[in-house]
Design a binder for this molecule. Structure first.
Ligand SMILES: [Zn+2]
Length: 81
């Protein structure tokens, strides 16, 4: 049982990717860049949670703000229908 928990923990550590914006050269999230924002939307055009987007906390907050701004400008949809 204990070995299994350790194995699962190791697997999680190996699979853990780094934040997309921290690893990329451009660390600023632009609300006008709808292509990048669309990568972090679900099929229903909702903002993807942090456990799926794998962003760091500060970038997830900035991304949510940017998506909301882009939605207000009509660059990104609020919902699918
Ligand atoms: Zn980050």
């Amino acid at each position: 049982m204990k070995i299994r928990i350790i194995r699962v923990a190791l697997k999680l550590m190996v699979n853990q990717k780094q934040c997309f914006f921290c690893t990329s050269n451009n660390k600023v999230i632009d609300y006008k860049n709808a292509e990048i924002l669309a990568k972090f939307l679900s099929a229903q055009k909702k903002i993807v949670p942090r456990r799926r987007s794998r962003l760091c906390a500060s970038h997830q907050r900035k991304l949510a703000m940017a998506i909301k701004r882009a939605r207000f400008l009509g660059l990104v949809p609020y919902t699918l229908y």
